[in-house]
Write a protein that binds this ligand. Structure first.
Ligand SMILES: [Zn+2]
Length: 67
């Protein structure tokens, strides 16, 4: 391949939409794609979608405890 040396990566699985996306941000050990990040930012806290996002994110912040 004669590209400029940058390999295109498939991406990572977004924890919110659970699709593989190339662009996004890392939150702790998880990945959120740019689309979901934007939706999250544009979602009002009173919106049920916001709670949905929060729940997804909380799963990330608090891993299950094994006892
Ligand atoms: Zn996503």
């Amino acid at each position: 391949m004669d590209s400029n040396g940058i390999k295109k990566q498939v991406g990572e699985t977004c924890i919110v939409c659970e699709e593989e996306k190339a662009l996004g941000i890392h939150l702790y050990t998880s990945f959120i794609c740019v689309e979901c990040e934007k939706s999250l930012i544009n979602t009002e806290t009173s919106d049920p979608m916001y709670q949905y996002f929060l729940r997804k994110l909380q799963r990330v912040k608090t891993p299950p405890l094994y006892s």
